[in-house]
Design a binder for this molecule. Sequence first.
Ligand code: NAD
Ligand code: TYD
Length: 357
Amino acid sequence: MNFERNIIVTGGAGFIGSHVVRRLVRNYPAYRIINVDLLTYAGNLENLKDIENEPNYLFERADICDHEKMSRLISRYNVSGIIHLAAESHVDRSIRDPFTFACTNVMGTLSLLQSARNIWEQSPDGYHGKLFYHISTDEVYGALPFDSSLFTESTPYSPHSPYSASKASSDHFVRAFHDTYGLPAIITNCSNNYGPYQFPEKLIPLFINNIRQGKPLPVYGEGLNVRDWLYVEDHARAIDLIFHKGTPGDTYNIGGFNEKRNIDLVHSLIAVTDRLLGRPQGASLPLITHVTDRKGHDLRYAIDASKLQRELGWTPSLQFEEGLERTVRWYLDNEEWMERVTSGAYENYYREMYADR
Ligand code: NAD
Ligand code: TYD
């Protein structure tokens, strides 16, 4: 079958990547979507069960740090677009093991950039119709005080955690490839995502699962830190739009216009989860346990997404209350998914299946 375009999505077995893959596979039957993922602990092909047999979907198990393999894949499939989400993504892990974050996020991105550049430069129509789209985070901008300031596209980079330092470094390499070699590249910096299929080491799925099981809810410090929450499908919609309509060389911030203090978010999670479980209002409040604060815990993140709104007409579609209700309902309805993730069963199944790749 001949496809209009072949597009690689890296990290497509992860949380956000799986939503991006699903959206592209369903909305663009004329495109072939090639999900390139190493299947680390965070990669779970069960996130894509509903589309895995679609004729325009392919999975390739590969490490983005493997330059030769990345080059082979880009050549073999005549890839004209790369949407790069593969990364180590959890701040707490980066504090324990910064080295892995530098390897995957910095060297992996550099390896992928080199492959794209080499192959596209040598292709008959050069960079024409090609795009390297790098998915980044608002955490590269550092932390905001408790006031009304927001991160804009021109806020200077000031990363604090090993995770944000590695993402900032990868962003700089993407810009360097655009400015030095003319590689058509776009970067977007997004705020905290939430929704179905998020690995339960992140605040929202971890706490929903703990409330369900009556386990403690470890709130770091006083819980006063602020995050700006965006429903993951709204992020996937923004990525689709920017991939098709964004200007190469540009950066766009993506955010939910939805700031919450952690402790207030935890109270909302308890209220919704208790209600959906048929428990008395506030039954799970005693599970809140204040624990030692995260080292270097950034105070506040908040995104000004008005450029994206102004230039491409994107706004978040879901109110936070609705997004949270949908999310809690999804985790409660998909207990088996959660059970297979927390027990590690998901890893054994697919790792064996793709062991030879
Ligand atoms: P995730 O941890 O859920 O998924 C990461 C995926 O990358 C996994 O499937 C994993 O197997 C894969 N991967 C890791 N190392 C790899 C390697 N060496 N080669 C190939 N694949 C590899 O992450 P996520 O939350 O979905 O985040 C996706 C991207 O979005 C990341 O780049 C992250 O920095 C960025 N981002 C995330 C958020 C958020 O709130 N989750 C917000 C803004 C930006
Ligand atoms: P997280 O989901 O890890 O995302 P990020 O660190 O990228 O913002 O954490 C969201 C917020 O919740 C952050 O301020 C840290 C806090 N947090 C807790 O208080 N307890 C927890 O167990 C976790 C995982 C996070």
